[in-house]
Write a protein that binds this ligand. Structure first.
Ligand code: ADP
Length: 253
């Protein structure tokens, strides 16, 4: 049986999703939030050099949902790490918003990441000694930032986390832990949300639920999302699919 997102006619979100999708298609969004130019990341030295990224130029428009697909070892995680300022390129440029992050030092990158990038990882990366609410608030607390309480309310509602806010991570299912991680990534209203195989550890039902939530965050909050996935069915739910092969863009559609 196909996962539930393929039975979207039955989804309670369906009318809203359809009208928002139509609206989104009708609007021509020219504003790019991410741009890379001739991005390269080489590991090691000849003759054992690995060209993890070998000249990637792309642009991602504000409010879009992009999937990065490709076989294992093709360079997907390296690309996502470059977009999130988790690693620095060998050559080329990465611009997020109006900031040239390829030329930032470690300290500048740390602050930039905290304020502008939301990360969601396959293994959730929750802090085990903090409850859901404390995990969600952690990045803003670290930054000494105040959170938009009404936005937090909307996120908790959308993610169905109200009953689980005071549970510890080990009292939550994988899908619930990933929803906490998504809430944590969303709450600071990041310029982009980067997700590396967010459904990789989940069963098909929880995967569909997480994917529906990401889609809703994209449509309802206009959240720009870039997601790595091995799952071709999930990839088809997004606006743009970028296929990476041997560190290069093989296809973008
Ligand atoms: P994917 O995410 O598509 O599986 P990666 O971006 O993780 O691919 O890796 C791309 C290539 O770069 C692979 O050949 C991998 O072995 C290599 N690679 C990634 N990180 C490192 C590293 N820190 N040192 C050396 N080689 C690396």
């Amino acid at each position: 049986m196909l996962p539930s997102y393929h039975r979207t006619k039955n989804s309670k979100f369906e009318p809203a999703v359809q009208s928002l999708q139509a609206l989104k298609k009708g609007m021509i969004i020219f504003m790019n939030i991410v741009e890379t130019n001739n991005l390269k990341k080489y590991y090691g030295k000849d003759p054992n050099m690995t060209k993890a990224l070998d000249g990637v130029s792309l642009s991602i428009s504000k409010g879009s949902f992009t999937a990065i697909v490709g076989t294992s070892g093709s360079g997907k995680t390296t690309l996502l790490n470059m977009l999130g300022g988790l690693d620095t390129p060998t050559e080329g440029t990465v611009i997020i918003g109006e900031k040239q992050i390829h030329s930032m030092n470690d300290e500048q990158l740390t602050i930039f990441r905290r304020r502008n990038i939301g990360f969601v990882f396959q293994n959730y990366n929750l802090v085990p000694i903090l409850n859901s609410y404390e995990n969600i608030m952690l990045p803003s607390d670290l930054d000494g930032d105040t959170v938009d309480k009404s936005y937090l309310e909307k996120i908790v509602q959308l993610l169905g986390l109200r009953e689980k806010l005071y549970n510890m991570p080990n009292q939550l299912s994988g899908g619930q832990q990933q929803r906490v991680a998504i809430a944590r990534a969303l709450v600071g209203k990041p310029a982009i949300l980067l997700a590396d195989e967010p459904t990789g550890n989940l069963d098909s039902k929880s995967s569909a639920n997480v994917m529906e939530i990401l889609k809703q965050a994209n449509l309802s909050f206009g959240q720009t999302i870039v997601m790595i996935t091995h799952n071709e069915l999930l990839a088809q739910m997004v606006d743009t699919i970028i296929r990476i092969e041997d560190g290069r863009i093989a296809e973008s559609r």
